[in-house]
Design a protein around this ligand. Sequence first.
Ligand SMILES: [Zn+2]
Length: 189
Amino acid sequence: MEQEKGGAALGLPKSCTSAARTMYLERMTGAELAAIRKAAGLSQSELAQRAGCGRHAVSYWECKPELDRRAWAVERITKALGLSAFSEALRARAAWAESLKAEQRARDAAIAAKLAKWQRARAEAAAKRRVRCGAKTRNGTPCRAKSVPGKRRCKFHGGMSTGARTTEGIKRIREAQRRRWARWRATRA
Ligand SMILES: [Zn+2]
């Protein structure tokens, strides 16, 4: 009955379903709480007595811009006013949101695992792959030997080379290539 009055105080039609009322009450201001209390014909101390909390708790929350439904006193007060669906619905909703998040996390993990597996398989295949060497031989034809696995050249044409490994070596090859391309540009100009 008090819930009915509460609904009227909030400007909700009497025919309003309790689910709709619960939705509406999800975010409740202190002023709305005060309106519901007054509509129920209760003073702050009377409500506090019914809720089993202090009168100051009632006045404290009635001054708040929004009720914190996790607060112990808020739960007691809303229950005493017959608005317990308020906190219960929120708890249910929070649990539902949490389960959705857990599902999403599981999906993300499954996708990440699949991707990692695919990348491993690709790396393994690349490490084993042997292609035609194709290096220019002394008689001018491309080398027909198969490359060292995972490399592009055969063992006679640099397939075993690790490339430059020291800092100086890397610098040296970089300089050599720069000179080589500079020469190439010069011949074209
Ligand atoms: Zn070769």
